[in-house]
Write a protein that binds this ligand. Structure first.
Ligand code: ATP
Ligand code: MG
Length: 422
């Protein structure tokens, strides 16, 4: 019997994981630059945590959770990172240690979705949470950090959408205005939206059903009912984004699927690469009431989550810069031991080396070196051994030279550094 990975869950093999590591390293660098520390929380949490934070009527809790029971306790594989981080923040009494906390995470999330390109059942998010600052300056700083990160990776066509959901009072007022508009038109809505009318009418704005989209097109805008501090907060966000020179779009229809959001909401999409319709890379927003509702301190918070698979799809095959590497091609029996020690010496000085000691022909070895994307191929045969040299082929530059054995390590290092991009 042969086993397969579960539907929508993928193995990542060397070659592919390398791109992931590069991306994760770049993300970690960005987060450190902005004063964030890494938090690692369990993948399994009490199911109730997600019900209480992500929300009973959210798509995630309604339909997408991987649930299990153990010792009479209901558990769920985390569908997103924010609730677990909030639980950890509260449990560690973190707010007593510092007034503002910046945490980031990278890890797998689980949602029982219909798998397709850019949508999986186990997928990975890189995200962050900032606790203790009500914004709006940090809101803009966070969006700016994302735009710098994504454009630094080479993404050009970014679409930054922002909106505000206001606080609880605005929400209630808007809910009423929306209901007054939607109820007389309820027969034109999808069945799902008709149910939403009772428990969570805002989510109808998020619906992808064409019937709902048609009705919602002329619905009142939340920005029209935004008043007082909520309005000042949103205007402050817009001003700060302008100060940073970030092109953005105000989208009053942006509500996003999670129930806990307040005030600032944002999404970043890319029209680049192989994303197709799954083109939202990042979703984020403020959740000022969540910590308190989970039994923690009454502190404001904001965060985002970025889909790593989608980001890699947007970047395409070539664009995540990869480290340059060296391939060693020993030809003939005598060359094997020399290849082995040369590989060790190069690795000691930090060069990534692949030694192919299977005893293939020079032609097949060179083909393999080039398939692996090696920058340099070192050829060792009887002729080279007799003369105490190594033949150094620079595959990208199409040059070759014989270099004395005792100078090879330095030569290869210098050659890799000279050609190093980024
Ligand atoms: P969508 O509307 O595409 O379902 P979402 O609103 O459910 O997205 P969030 O919960 O905000 O997504 O998650 C943030 C990011 O995580 C998304 O923008 C996306 O890049 C990624 N993401 C979410 N769900 C998946 C999934 N099933 N597979 C791969 N990536 C995902
Ligand atoms: Mg979703």
């Amino acid at each position: 019997m042969q086993f397969r990975a579960l539907k929508g869950m993928n193995d990542l093999l060397p070659g592919e994981t390398e791109r992931w590591q590069r991306l994760e390293a770049a993300f970690r660098r960005t987060m450190e630059l902005h004063g964030y520390g890494e938090v690692r929380t369990p993948v399994l949490e009490p199911l109730e945590l997600f019900v209480r934070s992500t929300g009973e009527t959210s798509e995630i809790v309604e339909k997408q959770m991987f649930e299990l029971e153990r010792g009479g306790e209901r558990l769920a594989l985390r569908p997103e990172g924010t609730p677990g981080a909030a639980r950890a923040f509260i449990g560690a009494n973190q707010h007593a240690r510092e007034p503002v906390t910046r945490w980031y995470y990278i890890g797998p999330m689980f949602r029982a979705e219909q798998p397709q390109r850019g949508r999986y059942r186990q997928f990975h998010q890189a995200g962050c949470e900032l606790y203790g600052d009500a914004g709006p300056i940090v809101d803009a700083e966070m969006i700016g950090m994302l735009v710098e990160f994504l454009s630094g990776l080479g993404l050009e066509k970014l679409d930054v959408a922002v909106n505000s959901l206001g606080g609880p009072t605005t929400r209630t007022r808007y809910r009423e205005a929306l209901l007054a508009y939607l109820e007389p038109r309820s027969s034109q809505l999808s069945e799902h939206a008709q149910r939403r009318l009772r428990d969570n009418p805002l989510r109808i704005l998020d619906s992808k059903d064409p019937r709902d989209r048609a009705v919602v097109a002329d619905a009142p805008s939340i920005l029209d009912v935004l008043e007082g501090d909520d309005r000042a907060h949103f205007e402050g966000l817009c001003r700060a984004l302008e100060a940073l020179g970030i092109p953005y779009r105000v989208d009053p229809g942006l509500v996003r699927g999670l129930d806990y959001y307040t005030r600032t909401l944002f999404e970043i999409q890319s029209t680049q690469g192989e994303l197709g319709s799954q083109n939202t890379l990042v979703g984020g927003g403020r959740y000022d009431g969540m910590l308190k509702s989970l039994g923690g301190p009454d502190l404001p918070a904001i965060g985002f989550a970025l889909g790593i698979e989608r980001l890699l799809l947007a970047l395409g095959d070539t664009q995540v810069p990869r480290p340059r590497r060296c391939f060693i091609a020993p030809v003939g029996e005598r060359a094997m031991l020399e290849g082995l020690t040369l590989a060790r010496d190069l690795r000691r000085s930090g060069v990534i080396v692949e030694l192919d000691a299977r005893g293939g022909s020079l032609k097949s070895l060179l083909r393999r070196a080039s398939n692996l994307g090696s920058t340099i191929c070192l050829v060792l045969g009887d002729a080279e051994l007799d003369r105490g040299v190594v033949q150094v082929k620079e595959l990208e530059r199409h040059t070759q030279a014989d270099v004395p054995r005792d100078q090879v390590v330095e030569h290869v290092r210098a050659a890799l550094e000279n050609g190093a991009e980024r």
